[in-house]
Design a protein around this ligand. Structure first.
Ligand code: GDP
Ligand code: ZN
Length: 458
């Protein structure tokens, strides 16, 4: 097992006056104590905060005034000794402190390496480890809640329950195979298998159906702003960015290079597709042609289609309407401060069920309504991370799909009246796929589990 000491800036999400340098590994406390002026860190109690200064090793000048928390193994996130240096001097100072601990023997952590250690040291299971990674990358509070829930083991808990259900079902079948003389056992086992597979199947479907929302929360909604020249696209872009302060996250472990910009609209992270790109290719249809722009549009999760209230609909608008048919879009009728020349009835007819929002970006009117429409489009206005266990990880989604498919095979087998020990093979596969989500399959076979849990005593 790796125990060399790693360090990284692990500033919490969002902006804050405090930045943290975190170290984990067997020399974490030793390394920090060499450059720390204050109490002797080698002797302080575990899980204490200690005020002091980080000194420049060579000049003995003060690099920063800090609070250092010392946490000794094993009751730490990584189960190794962990030190967190809370710096007060802003990003420059925190970078300097990081450099100092690196110069004293720590190694710069790779992205996610703290989490990896926690996993390798058995502190968290695989789905929890992945949730931590998501948490680190979480762009909004909602995404963060989702990641926190998962980290809490909610997904793990649910998966474990589903696996247990499958296990019990298989146990029944085993009993049936062992005692063929009881006729009604066969019937009961069939019924139980049918009920349980259906139940578990339903739960997996539910998990998958919220997965899309989870993905959006995690990665942001790819959003394109379209409309013909001069309708107000750039104004819209600027309004959204200004009103919602683009979110900047720094991913711990990578120090300073990865910075992303997102706009958080009522908890929905919009990834304004290639911010600079939109600005430059705003007259996208004219510039790259209808065919090509269709492709670009198809890759968007949400399209904001801007029309000018002050001008009648023209052929170009109709072409855009046509290009976004079947996609998720919101119509924005801008420049409502000017005389209405747009045929509203016609717009309503074209937009069908889609939201239409009137704005005057110049006078900052209608922006709230637009933001509400954006949020409603995706979450029907009632996303509640409190009640849902989201699955937001691609690997989990793939495994859930495989599990679902295997269960469907089992259900089909039951319909066709196949023998239970054949059907059981698909149930076992389901159990294994679910196990992979929480990183628990390879070692323990289902049969081992059966023996240990139900003592079938063959
Ligand atoms: P784009 O070409 O679609 O990106 O449009 P712009 O955002 O560059 O806006 C074109 C012009 O319309 C600019 O002069 C804006 O100031 C103006 N404009 C944008 N929104 C409004 C509005 O709501 N009312 C009025 N009167 N002018 C607007
Ligand atoms: Zn513009």
């Amino acid at each position: 097992m790796e125990t060399d000491t790693i360090a990284a800036i692990s500033t919490p999400i969002g902006e804050g006056a405090i930045a943290i340098v975190r170290l984990t590994g067997e020399d974490a406390i030793q390394i920090t104590s060499k450059v720390f002026k204050g109490k002797n860190l080698l002797e302080v109690d575990s899980h204490t905060m200690n005020y002091g200064k980080i000194m420049e090793p060579e000049t003995q000048e003060i690099a920063d005034e800090v609070m250092v928390s010392v946490m000794r193994a094993p009751k730490t996130f990584t189960r190794e000794d962990v030190v967190e240096i809370n710096c007060h001097g802003g990003m420059v100072a925190v970078n300097r402190v990081l450099e100092i601990v690196l110069s004293e023997g720590a190694r710069l952590a790779e992205p996610g390496e703290f989490t990896k250690r926690a996993f390798l040291n058995g502190r968290i299971d695989l789905s929890q480890a992945e949730a931590v990674m998501d948490l680190i990358r979480a762009k909004t509070d909602k995404a963060m809640n989702v990641a926190l829930k998962q980290m809490d083991g909610r997904l793990s808990g649910l998966i474990q329950r589903l696996r247990q259900d499958l296990l019990e079902t298989v146990a029944h079948v085993e009993v049936n195979i062992d005692y063929p003389e009881y006729d009604d056992v066969e019937e009961m086992s069939h019924d139980m298998m049918r009920t349980k597979t259906k139940e578990v199947h339903g739960e997996i479907e539910e998990l998958l159906s919220v997965a899309k929302q989870g993905k959006i929360l995690r990665e942001g909604l790819a959003t394109a702003i379209i409309g013909r020249p001069n309708v107000g696209k750039s104004s819209l872009m600027n309004t959204l960015v200004q009103e919602n302060k683009a979110i900047v996250t720094e991913i711990p472990g990578t120090t300073r290079d990865i910075i992303e910009e997102y706009v958080n609209v009522r908890g929905v992270p919009l990834r304004l597709v290639d911010t600079a790109g939109i600005r430059e290719t705003e007259d996208i249809v004219e510039r790259i042609g209808v065919e090509r722009s269709r492709q670009v549009l198809k890759e968007s999760d949400l399209i904001l289609f801007v029309l000018n209230n002050n001008e009648p609909l023209i052929d170009e608008d109709l072409k855009l309407f046509e290009a976004i048919q079947g996609l998720e879009y919101i119509v924005i009728i801008n420049k409502t401060d000017l005389e209405q020349k747009l045929d509203l009835d016609k717009v309503k007819e074209l937009a069908g069920e889609r939201s239409i929002v009137a704005t005057s970006l110049l006078k900052e009117e209608g922006v709230d309504e637009l933001e509400k429409a954006i949020a409603d489009t995706f979450f029907a206005g009632e996303i509640d991370t409190g009640d849902l266990t989201y699955v937001s990880n691609v690997r989990h989604i793939q495994l859930l799909k495989k599990a679902k498919k295997a269960l469907e095979d089992a259900m089909e087998g039951l319909e066709l009246g196949m023998p239970l020990d054949i059907v059981q093979i698909d149930v076992t596969r389901t159990w294994e796929f679910l196990g992979e989500i929480i990183g628990d399959t390879a070692s323990d076979s289902l049969i081992d589990q059966l023996f240990s849990q139900f003592c079938l005593g063959k």
